[in-house]
Design a protein around this ligand. Structure first.
Ligand code: CDP
Length: 235
């Protein structure tokens, strides 16, 4: 059997994309690539310089000058990916409240997206990959062998994100997390360029009420369904 070598996973925040993608990548021995970190790194760079995120020209000009690189972690890194911003490891700072609140604005600018998409495509076509984002199956890798669109109810997603934040020592209320999530979903789904949506041929996986193991099993079944029999060469 020839397994799908390019797997695109899209869907809204906290739907379970990351957990699933990391497990699939590990299981298949593929590269795991979360594209959201690139938009987060650009947002962090703008915040560090005290730039106005609402000013499109300023943000686009900044992004042109940035060197954003992603690496697989080595044994002493604790995240799933190492993100380098102009050579500095910023992985730990990408999930701050300020970045969360501003990333969807940065990600809505067409020229920001164009630059990121080019870089993501190069990485995606280099080796077998599980790539995660909002527009991977529709824009970045429209020819992906398997496209999964992972969803869950907004209340469950907010509950999961809230628990995750509490675990990290943050004290955000459930209501504020829910509200922020609804706001980010809206910007991501309604933007003109690369909006978050399922590709026509994506398989939808609803993770509401399912454990990570159950979601993994469903995804593995999709991987098997999308596999092709090896074609024998010769006459
Ligand atoms: O982990 P979480 O789902 O909260 O967010 P993320 O995947 O790190 O993405 C953060 C934000 O980056 C999203 O809300 C989108 O605005 C943007 N993004 C995007 O526009 N396109 C992508 N391929 C990935 C992320």
């Amino acid at each position: 059997m020839k397994l799908p070598s390019v797997i695109a996973i899209d869907g809204p925040a906290a739907a379970g994309k990351t957990t699933l993608a990391m497990r699939l990548a590990d299981h298949l021995d593929y590269l795991y690539f979360d594209t959201g970190v690139m938009y987060r790194a650009a947002t962090l760079a703008a915040l560090r310089r005290d730039l106005d995120i609402d000013d499109e020209t300023t943000i686009v000009d900044l992004v042109f000058t940035l060197d954003i690189d992603v690496r697989s972690p080595d044994s002493d890194s604790d995240g799933p990916m190492v993100v380098l911003l102009d050579g500095e490891d910023v992985s730990a700072e990408l999930r701050s409240r300020e970045v969360d609140q501003n990333v969807s604005k940065t990600a809505a600018y067409q020229q920001v997206r164009a630059q990121m998409v080019d870089r993501q495509r190069i990485i995606g076509l280099r080796s077998p990959v599980v790539m995660v984002g909002r527009d991977i199956g529709t824009v970045v890798l429209p020819d992906a062998d398997l496209k999964l669109y992972v969803v869950a109810s907004v209340e469950e997603r907010a509950r999961r994100r809230h628990t995750e934040l509490l675990r990290k020592g943050r004290s955000d209320s459930y209501e504020s997390v829910l509200e922020a999530m609804i706001r980010r979903d809206k910007i991501d789904a309604e933007r003109e360029h690369g909006p978050m949506r399922a590709a026509e041929n994506a398989r939808v996986v609803d993770t509401t009420g399912l454990s990570a193991d159950q979601v993994f099993e469903i995804a593995v079944q999709h991987v098997m369904d999308a596999s092709q029999p090896e074609v024998e060469n010769g006459s």
